[in-house]
Design a binder for this molecule. Structure first.
Ligand code: ADP
Ligand code: ADP
Length: 222
């Protein structure tokens, strides 16, 4: 169910002389469990593509196909946590929205915090955590959606290199354990090579896929 397909997707922002063709007939098939990195210079349409798949915005043309009932989880460079809620309560939000009973919510939150190695930090508030820890909380909250599709827009772009390395390992573990489909935006080609099964390069004006490659370098898998 974790497949993502774009069929000739076009996105135009604005009208008339101010119109920007952000995506021009982009087609892409992502298979369930695949880790795809989208790379390209600023303004080539990476975020636009992700936002369309997330359903935050509508395509001007073409179609986007997701598995039945799939609501992708979206993560940004800024974790966008609720600052007045504890770490536990932040992770619990999607579970509450899904109407899970309290006992089940507590068990799930504990399990998710263990998954991102924050078991001892549930009672803290976001401002008491480092940037890398806040992004772990955001990841746990996204995993709480139980979605097979993760959309990540430069999620580690604001972190220092060492923290980023650690989170790469964590994400890779979680991805392979859960069989997630990941669409990951970065302008850092080394990051893409580290994570991706497939790297897709977009160009701007108009936004198009100009190159794509499978990464065959053996990577550590658990
Ligand atoms: P990237 O994520 O690769 O940096 P974006 O998807 O943000 O690229 O932007 C693609 C193009 O669409 C750029 O030219 C950008 O200026 C334009 N664009 C993005 N969002 C909007 C918007 N809300 N209104 C008008 N133009 C936009
Ligand atoms: P970009 O210029 O595309 O943003 P980065 O400079 O973020 O790319 O990253 C390029 C490489 O340098 C990456 O492998 C990253 O891990 C490493 N890197 C990034 N920031 C630092 C840093 N502050 N100290 C050491 N290495 C870094």
């Amino acid at each position: 169910t974790g497949s993502v397909a774009l069929r000739g997707v076009t996105k135009v922002y604005g009208q008339g002389g101010n119109a920007v063709l952000a995506l021009d007939r982009v087609s892409l098939d992502v298979t369930p469990g695949e880790f795809v990195c989208l790379v390209g210079a600023s303004g080539c349409g990476k975020s636009t593509l992700l936002n369309l798949v997330a359903g935050l915005d509508r395509a001007s043309g073409g179609a986007i196909e997701l598995g039945d009932g799939v609501n992708p989880g979206l993560m940004f460079q800024e974790p966008a946590l609720f600052p007045w809620l504890t770490v536990e309560a932040n992770v619990e939000v999607p579970l509450k929205l899904r109407g899970l009973p309290r006992a089940e919510r507590r068990a799930r939150v504990a399990e998710l915090l263990r998954t991102v190695h924050l078991a001892d930090f549930g009672r803290r508030r976001p401002h008491q955590l480092s940037g890398g820890m806040r992004q772990r909380v955001a990841l746990a909250r996204t995993l709480a959606l139980d979605t097979p599709v993760l959309l990540m827009d430069e999620p580690f772009g604001a972190l220092d290199a060492m923290t980023r390395d650690i989170l790469h390992d964590e994400l890779e573990r979680i991805w392979s354990e859960r069989g997630l489909t990941v669409l990951f935006v970065t302008h850092n080609v080394r990051e893409a090579a580290r994570l991706a099964d497939r790297i897709i390069l977009l160009s701007s004006r108009p936004g198009r896929i100009i190159w794509s490659t499978r990464v065959d370098v053996p990577r550590p898998r658990r």
